[in-house]
Design a protein around this ligand. Structure first.
Ligand SMILES: [Mn+2]
Length: 339
């Protein structure tokens, strides 16, 4: 909830000819892009000068999203991205809880910016110095938070179909199509409102989930083949080597969501997915119920995220990383003697 003071402060910032910039996290997913483009659509359509910046490219299966062609990719246009952040009067930071989540190249620009800063997020422990921190873990997604934010700022201003489509996309992609992190009535009230605005939920589902590349499906096959089940620990993991990625024409975003397959086994309450990159291994963690993968990732892999979904990088070979992971799992008090 915003305070009356925050609402007034923000509205004051909006007066006049203001420049707005929006930045989201590295490796943008459906919620990162959805929340950012929802803010973008809303203020662009109100006549503001708005820019939306991503640290690196978003996956192809999101390219149908409204205004996606207007997104500035900082990896390609770093000077432009920094200039837009520097020159903005209002800076939104969305779907991330700290400046470093936007990657090394944008981190300083976000911290040094003199703009009025608004953080919109749903990760634990927001650690970004902003004028408004609009964040709670009791939310499906940053996109849901954008909806709530816009409603609180001006309950009478309608949300456009473009913005609604973006918000809907963020909500369904961050909840595995409403299968986790969504056990609150409010989310269904929001979805109802989005549909009343004109969102075609079935179409969005097809655009997101039936729009994959061949490389993605091939890589899923390899990942499943590489799956290891640690029955005694209620744990499974899958991995992709660098060679697997090269052999199958890996593109950014291809492995999005793979980690969830490891969790679909009845005996498993904790799963991890490892991707070998240059000089490091990217790891995603997922869990069912009470096992906290935010704590697991931060304790053993210097990462973080949410209770049931987190991620980190490990700076070692894939082989050593998997060995270390197995060791940690076998000795973990909550994973020993799973039954
Ligand atoms: Mn998110």
């Amino acid at each position: 909830m915003l305070t009356q003071q925050e609402i007034e402060n923000f509205k004051l910032q909006l007066t006049g000819n203001k420049k707005i910039a929006i930045v989201t996290h590295y490796n943008p997913d459906g919620d990162a892009l959805g929340s950012s483009l929802a803010i973008f659509s809303h203020y662009l359509e109100l006549g503001y000068d708005v820019s939306c910046i991503v640290p690196n490219p978003f996956p192809d299966y999101l390219s149908w999203m409204p205004y996606s062609s207007k997104v500035v990719n900082a990896q390609k246009q770093i000077q432009k991205a920094k200039r837009l952040i520097h020159n903005s009067d209002i800076l939104f930071v969305s779907d991330m809880n700290a400046a470093h989540r936007a990657g090394k190249d944008l981190e300083d620009a976000l911290i040094e910016s003199k703009a009025f800063k608004v953080l919109i997020d749903h990760h634990p422990s927001p650690a970004f110095d902003a004028n408004i921190v609009y964040s709670t873990i009791f939310s499906t997604s940053a996109s849901e938070m954008v909806f709530r934010f816009l409603k609180e700022i001006d309950p009478n201003k309608s949300i456009s179909l473009n913005a609604a489509n973006c918000i809907y996309t963020g909500i369904i992609t961050d909840t595995g199509s409403l299968s986790y992190a969504c056990n609150r009535p409010l989310i269904y009230e929001i979805l109802k409102e989005l549909m009343e605005i004109g969102v075609d939920g079935e179409l969005i589902h097809r655009q997101v989930y039936d729009n994959y590349s061949e490389s993605r499906l091939r890589l899923l096959g390899v990942s499943l083949n590489n799956m290891v089940v640690m029955e005694e620990n209620g744990t499974s993991y899958m991995f992709l080597t660098r060679q697997n990625l090269l052999d199958n024409g890996f593109k950014n975003g291809d492995t999005e969501g793979f980690v969830n397959y490891g969790l679909s086994l009845s005996s498993v309450k904790f799963t991890a997915f490892f991707t070998e990159r240059e000089g490091r291994v990217r790891i995603s963690f997922r869990s069912k119920d009470e096992f906290d993968v935010n704590v697991f990732a931060s304790t053993f892999f210097n990462g973080g995220g949410h209770k049931n979904a987190s991620a980190s990088y490990h700076y070692d070979s894939l082989e050593n990383t998997l060995k270390y992971f197995e060791e940690v799992v076998k000795n973990h008090p909550e994973l020993k003697n799973n039954n």
